[in-house]
Design a protein around this ligand. Structure first.
Ligand code: DNO
Length: 357
């Protein structure tokens, strides 16, 4: 297992790389180019400059999160071919930088969605929170998008301004897209991308939908074991794999995370692990939590044990943290609580490893 830390890049992330280097056990950064719109080619020189910056700080850049997929690909429009060609070129440009895994998602319009980006907990920290009843009252998703973008001093990934300005048109276009259409459109994409991944030795790792159910009437398919299996079958290659995000999948209690880790881990199709805890209050209502088992609904020991038992040797990162100690930063992506999460996950891992000998 290689422990990593998501970093949005200089100018986009207030956390200096040297701080990340000081978190025990972190070997690499999960990087991105925030200023390249979905669908455009990532220029080689920008990728190499990012690699140099990360390497100069004593860290590796082997995982990218995300290369976003243009909506026309998800919608299956004739214009998709141009964007797929761009995606292939981006993969070819990532190869010389030594990138091994690309995380992406296939969620229509929105990436992860929350009803509150800073809900106060009794201990004074704030967390991301989701309440379906609040979402159900949102009759105009444009308002939600505006609020989220206004409330956050940083642009959210997947909530890029250019995508949000077209919200109305996008909703219109998705009216005619069913779940099966979305599977077909993903298949079309993967069939073209995976041979390039094989050539470049870069593994694709689809991120689950968050939350893993339809929102605002938009179809979502990366939601449960059956669908994940179906997605892996769309292009049967180890290069077509998963980002197994405990918090996203686990917000539906029917998704048993240790079981999913064992099932997909045994198939060697988990390339990237996002490990975090959430507190589920009732179906469709949850708060994010510290990584500690007793603060949330998941048994983090069982999750880490499952990774250990399947011999997981891929990349792992903590996920959304609380905002603590008056830190100001990107919602879910502050330094302190994610660093605490890493220390805890590494502690579990060491104990599991030693006691299994
Ligand atoms: C949320 C993240 C997601 C993820 C994308 C992958 O915090 O895990 O935004 O990066 O869905 O494309």
């Amino acid at each position: 297992m290689k422990m990593t830390f998501r970093w949005y890049g200089s100018g986009f992330d207030p956390i200096p790389l040297r701080y990340i280097r000081q978190i025990p056990g972190v070997t690499g950064v999960v990087g991105t180019l925030m200023d390249i719109p979905a669908g455009e080619v990532w220029p080689l020189d920008k990728i190499m400059a990012l690699k140099k910056e990360v390497n100069d700080a004593g860290l590796e850049l082997e995982v990218i999160e995300s290369v976003n997929v243009h909506e026309d690909i998800k919608l299956g429009l004739p214009t998709r071919d141009r964007y797929i060609e761009n995606y292939k070129q981006t993969l070819r440009n990532l190869k010389p930088a030594g990138v091994k895994v690309v995380c992406y998602n296939f969620m229509p319009v929105f990436d992860w969605t929350r009803s509150d980006l800073a809900k106060p907990l009794p201990d004074g920290s704030t967390v991301l929170s989701y309440d379906q009843s609040v979402m159900d009252r949102v009759t105009d998703p444009q308002k939600l998008a505006d609020e989220i973008q206004k409330g956050s001093s940083f642009e959210m990934p997947g909530w890029e301004p250019e995508r949000m300005t077209q919200l109305k048109t996008l909703f219109e276009k998705y009216k005619h897209v069913s779940h099966d259409d979305l599977f077909d459109n993903l298949k079309y994409f993967l069939e073209q991308i995976i041979p390039v991944c094989e050539e470049c030795d870069i593994k694709m790792a689809i991120h689950p939908d968050d939350p893993p159910w339809d929102i605002f009437g938009l179809p979502r398919i990366t939601t449960c074991r059956e669908n994940l299996d179906r997605i892996l079958g769309l292009a049967d290659s180890e290069y077509n794999g998963l980002t197994l995000c405990s918090g996203s999948l686990g917000s539906n209690p029917e998704n048993n995370i240790p079981e999913l880790v064992r099932y997909f881990g045994a198939k060697k199709r988990i390339h990237f692990a996002h490990v975090r805890n959430i507190k589920i209050h009732e179906p469709g209502k949850f708060d994010e939590a510290s990584h500690l088992s007793r603060d949330g609904s998941f048994d983090m020991y069982e999750i880490m044990k499952a990774y250990h038992d399947v011999g997981f040797d891929g990349y792992m990162r903590p996920d959304h943290g609380r905002m603590i100690w008056d830190e100001k930063g990107r919602a879910g992506y502050g330094l302190y609580d994610r660093a605490l999460g890493i220390a805890y996950l590494n502690g579990l891992w060491e104990a599991i490893e030693k006691s299994s000998k």
